[in-house]
Design a protein around this ligand. Structure first.
Ligand code: GAL
Length: 730
């Protein structure tokens, strides 16, 4: 008996040793820095820990589930950095990290920034916040992840305010010190001496670090996205048009709004109900206001019968007037926001209480999703860092993960119902890639909105350049065109009461672009499917396109005693053009702009509308009219479309397909489909259909082959449209 126990103990001891050996750890070297032990946890994904990582981290809050089969389909790169050049130290209860940088290397990512893509040479304090007009790290998705042109990415998994010196610090003993120039006489003198490292300060006594490898920057981003569970696949209705109605709108106001959309023959898949539906807001009760919504169930069903869904605005701060309050209060933080308590969403008890309330009051009667506001910051409208939470999570940690927690908590309720949702949120962080939320904010620069859309592709989040109001019909149309080429085509009229036809002079053009979005459903839905299954962002930066020159041109700053006393240089950025899906280049235009320079990546490119050749790996200048957003398709590109309509197809609807082909060479497009509303795709109820164009003896010919006809909701007799007229095949 005793012997048996002893051998059992040995067994456990051995097991413990094995587990410890598999844990990434570090050892202290002679110079006091830690030698990080990198463990390849999945092909091309390495993990190491410096010091004692915290219990709460960004990825733990998101409870990520890596898509291993998909990761295994990518290349198997070797460890992408020189290990001895990666340095970690714990000093004064903080982690000091250093990663090497080569001279030619460029960096992207580091949170949702609005004015810049190139991050080398910048300093960020990454902190969940409302974007305040400066790229300083305070933003809606302060994701501590960067990707390098050398084909690797680095993620710091700590729910803290992380400071990143992205190639700015110059050490006395730098491996590659900058050249010394004399400002008095030397034209080469630069205000930013060369730096050979990214340095990161994590204000915690430990952190987990991940390194992602890849053949290209796109593959690094794919691996990062797949590691976090892949991208989100929205319901089809989520990709239609959405109108958010003014505050205090009642059920009958909204019903009238829907009738107006019908009268104007304008697309509408879901309405967003802004403050006014709660019996009290801000803080919120999450209970219907009886005066404005006397019979919510009838209201919701009435709209559903018309094919219109409802998304409810809320912020998560619980009002003392809510029936939830007495039970949720002890499970909430020490401080209030807008006079409401802040549920500690790391606690299962708090989540369960909310679950019951929200299911009873909303999901069970037909609410399709939420807009979760105010979880980002604006310091005075959030709990302070001195706030405490019953779970022991600190105020700072909670701030970095709250956007993640509200997304995850609500998404689970829909998953339980086997019903997809697609909503809005004002904060996200690393690990939220697969959650069905799009980020928005109150900032309203059209140009910066487009830059943010591009930047979102480096960090695994989605962003919408929502439209609210405009000073002219030109601005209105230009904004509408941009938002129709983004993850959520939304007009947010909460304050201005605008409608798509608010500027009557451009009503037709606005309708046309909204209906073009509807027509592109098969193409856009497939782009999202590739986000989910392959990690390829549906809207992405040009730098993620193969064959695109990524070099950031440095523009020497003009010396000026007050605005630029050191003559600081800036990077020339490609802020206003991006890819949608695999073959389409989008270049939104801005008010007052008559022409635009566009950089075409490798290969030939064609005008989407006419099929004409526009150029090949060069910079072109276009002078589009006001009526159209310039769109280009690469050679051999295939764009599957449906007829214009006002709502996305319902499950089971079988639609005719028009397939456009551009250029004169063969091409192939793998079209994705499923029921568009449930999670049954996880059981294999989905189809991939090869749309192929071949060029035989200068004759273009299209063919279609589907793997699962039952889940292909299009007619098989496709209308092939060879768009490039110079082709001999017609
Ligand atoms: C803001 C939000 C707006 C709108 C408004 C309603 O915080 O960004 O989109 O929802 O609240 O009060």
């Amino acid at each position: 008996m005793i012997r048996k126990q002893t051998s059992k103990l040995w067994y456990y001891f051995l097991l413990l040793l094995i587990v410890m050996a598999c844990q990434p750890s570090s050892e202290i070297t002679q110079n006091g820095s830690e030698r990080l032990q990198w463990v390849e946890i999945h092909p091309g994904v390495w993990k190491a820990s410096a010091g004692q990582p915290q219990d709460i981290t960004l990825l733990k809050a998101a409870e990520i589930q890596p898509d291993l089969p998909a990761i295994e389909k990518l290349s198997s790169p070797g460890f992408p950095l020189e290990r001895s050049k990666i340095n970690a130290r714990i000093i004064d209860g903080k982690v000091y990290l250093r990663f090497p940088l080569e001279r030619e290397e460029e960096l992207f990512g580091l949170g949702l920034q609005y004015k810049s893509h190139h991050q080398r040479g910048r300093i960020y304090n990454l902190r969940a916040d409302h974007y305040g007009g400066r790229d300083d790290g305070r933003t809606h998705a302060p994701v501590p992840f960067y990707v390098s042109t050398r084909g690797y990415g680095v993620l710091i998994d700590a729910a803290r305010y992380i400071t990143v010196y992205a190639g700015t610090g110059v050490r006395v003993n730098a491996d590659h010190p900058p050249t010394l120039y004399d400002r008095n006489t030397d034209k080469e003198w630069a205000a930013q001496p060369y730096s050979d490292a990214v340095e990161i300060l994590v204000p915690a006594d430990g952190t987990d670090i991940y390194i992602f490898g890849g053949r290209s920057m796109l593959e690094v981003v794919q691996r990062y996205n797949l590691f976090n569970g892949g991208g989100v696949l929205p319901p089809k209705w989520g990709l239609g048009f959405t109108q958010r109605v003014p505050t205090l709108f009642s059920a009958s106001d909204i019903e009238q709004e829907v009738r107006d959309f019908e009268a104007h023959n304008f697309p509408l898949d879901f309405v967003g109900v802004e403050p006014g539906w709660h019996s009290m807001a801000y803080p919120c009760t999450f209970q219907w206001d009886k005066k404005r919504f006397p019979d919510p169930e009838r209201f919701l069903n009435g709209l559903l019968e018309k094919g219109v869904r409802v998304n409810l605005w809320l912020n998560p701060y619980v009002s003392p007037a809510s029936s939830l309050y007495p039970e949720i209060k002890p499970l909430s933080g020490s401080h209030t926001v807008w006079n409401g308590v802040v549920p500690d969403l790391t606690l299962i008890e708090a989540r369960s209480l909310l679950r019951k309330h929200f299911i009873d009051h909303h999901l069970s009667i037909g609410v399709s999703g939420y807009k979760i506001d105010e979880v980002d910051g604006f310091d005075q409208w959030l709990w302070p860092d001195v706030a405490t939470f019953p779970s022991g999570t600190t105020g700072e940690e909670m701030r970095q993960i709250y956007g993640t927690l509200v997304q995850k908590t609500t998404a689970e309720w829909y998953k339980e119902k086997n019903q997809r949702t697609y909503g809005l949120v004002r904060a996200a962080n690393a690990g939220t890639n697969s959650l069905p939320y799009v980020i928005y904010n109150d900032y309203y620069s059209h140009k910066d909105f487009v830059t943010a859309l591009i930047n979102s592709s480096f960090i695994g989040v989605l962003w919408t350049p929502e439209v609210r109001a405009s000073n002219s019909s030109e601005e209105w149309l230009r904004r509408m065109q941009s938002v129709c080429f983004s993850p959520m085509a939304m007009l947010n009229a909460w304050a201005d009461g605008t409608r798509p036809w608010s500027f009557i002079e451009v009503e037709d053009e606005v309708r046309e672009v909204a209906r073009l979005r509807m027509q592109l459903l098969p193409y856009i839905y497939t782009a999202f499917a590739r986000y989910k299954y392959e990690g390829i962002p549906p809207f992405r930066a040009m730098q993620l396109v193969e064959g695109f020159s990524t070099r950031a041109e440095q523009v020497k700053g003009q010396l000026d005693g007050t605005t630029n006393p050191y003559g600081t240089a800036t990077s020339k950025e490609i802020r206003y053009q991006y890819m949608m899906g695999e073959a389409m280049l989008v270049t939104p235009m801005f008010t007052g702009e008559r022409s635009r320079q566009i950089i075409l990546p490798k290969g030939r490119w064609y005008d989407f509308y006419t099929g004409e050749l526009v150029g090949e790996e060069e910079i072109i200048t276009v002078t589009p009219g006001l009526d159209k957003i310039p769109l280009f398709v690469k050679e051999g590109g295939i764009i599957p479309m449906i007829a214009a309509r006002n709502q996305m197809p319902k499950p089971g609807e079988i639609l005719p397909l028009e397939v456009r082909h551009y250029g004169e060479i063969a091409g192939e497009f793998r079209l994705y489909d499923d029921d568009g509303t449930t999670f049954d795709y996880e059981l294999g109820n989905r189809s991939w259909t090869a749309l192929k164009v071949e060029n035989a003896d200068n004759q273009l010919k299209g063919s279609l082959q589907t793997d699962k006809a039952d889940f292909f909701n299009y007619k098989k007799e496709v209308h092939w449209k060879f768009m490039t007229k110079s082709s001999s095949a017609h």
